[in-house]
Design a protein around this ligand. Structure first.
Ligand code: DOR
Ligand code: ZN
Length: 344
């Protein structure tokens, strides 16, 4: 039986670091395992301009533990007023690696997102021209669409029309949760990839709702039925280069999760690698773990894979059940999940 696993150092292609005290508390948990991460721009106010992203990157760099080699890969939050020339300049300088599309009102801090997709067509055109990828939060916000159907509706109503209008636009459908999304990504011959979170490989909607409501399992897009989880596991463990890790690690204090109207997000940064090793071993696919965490993402983003490695050993993982922040504790995703792998 394999006792140690050595992988190219992984990257996280979708991460919420927040700002201020929360950022200082959560950042070391990503920086200790991951070399790079695509940093989500949904701060309050959001990271909209190149100047915003530059200032945010400086705050992240200042918060890194001494000696850390972690690199934040910045993104801009797309609004209906986004200036395509500012986007192009931020890309040309090497500052930003993607633009993030939030449909207005789809999730946490998305009020400034896009309601009318025609208003941002010129930005997509510019992005296609310069090879800057678009990351999407793929849920429609139409209140008449059932929340469990919002991803599938997004593909049909928004994603496919955008891709047909801009065939050269490189797209990453982020945190996909359905077999519909897996099938859609597989049907594309180019310019389409998807990230998959750790938690969507582990939970289905029963985990959230059966036997009492479990706010720590609530995130957006919400976990779907079991058949969808199985489709995600098959895609992630297949080695297919179009699927890679984006944890969507999204810290909220317990006080903000455990409310009558609690926040969406699972904080997976500390135990993601242990959980993924478990999932891939259960699927008989430990040999595909490196592709998912460390190779497919950089290849799609046009970056080199990391040169150094991390090692996991077969022993009970070492991570806290919750982390302390000045605003209160943040519970780690499923801290009691039985796991066999630990990052050395
Ligand atoms: O669960 C989520 N939390 N989904 C998102 O899209 C946003 C994120 C957050 O920022 O908390
Ligand atoms: Zn997210």
């Amino acid at each position: 039986m394999t006792q140690t696993l050595t992988l190219r150092r992984p990257d996280d292609w979708h991460l919420h670091l927040r700002d201020g005290d929360m950022m200082r508390a959560v950042l070391p948990h990503t920086a200790t395992h991951f070399a790079r991460a695509i940093i989500m721009p949904n701060l309050v106010p959001p990271v909209v301009t190149g100047a915003d992203a530059s200032a945010y990157r400086d705050r992240i760099m200042a918060a890194l533990p001494a000696g850390s080699g972690f690199t934040p890969l910045m993104t801009l939050y797309l609004t209906e007023d986004t200036d395509a020339e500012d986007v192009a300049a931020a890309h040309a300088s090497g500052l930003i690696h993607a633009v993030k599309l939030y449909p207005a009102g789809a999730t946490t801090n998305s009020a400034s997102g896009v309601a009318n997709f025609n208003k941002v067509a010129h930005v997509f055109e510019k992005m296609a021209e310069i090879g800057l990828p678009l990351c999407t939060h793929g849920e429609v916000t139409d209140p008449s669409v059932d929340i469990f159907d919002r991803e599938a509706a997004f593909i049909e109503r928004v994603m496919d029309p955008i891709r047909r209008a801009h065939p050269d636009l490189r797209v990453i459908m982020e945190h996909i949760t359905t077999s519909d999304a897996v099938d859609y990504v597989k049907s594309a011959d180019k310019n389409l990839a998807a990230t998959i979170t750790t938690h969507h490989l582990v939970i289905n909607r029963n985990h959230i709702l059966a036997g009492g409501i479990k706010p720590h399992y609530y995130c957006l897009p919400v976990a779907k039925r079991e058949s969808h989880r199985l489709a995600l596991r098959a895609a992630a463990t297949s080695g297919d280069a179009r699927f890679f890790l984006g944890t969507d690690s999204a810290p909220h204090t317990d006080a903000n999760k455990l409310l009558p109207c609690g926040c969406a997000g699972c904080f997976t940064a500390p135990n993601t690698m242990s959980i993924l090793a478990e999932v891939f071993e259960q699927e008989g696919a430990l040999d595909k773990l490196e592709a998912f965490t460390s190779l497919n993402g950089p290849a799609y983003y046009g970056l080199p894979a990391n040169a150094d490695t991390i090692t996991l050993t077969r022993e009970g993982p070492r991570y806290p059940a919750a982390i302390d922040t000045p605003d209160g504790p943040v519970t780690v995703f499923d801290p009691d999940m039985p796991l066999n792998w630990s990052v050395v």
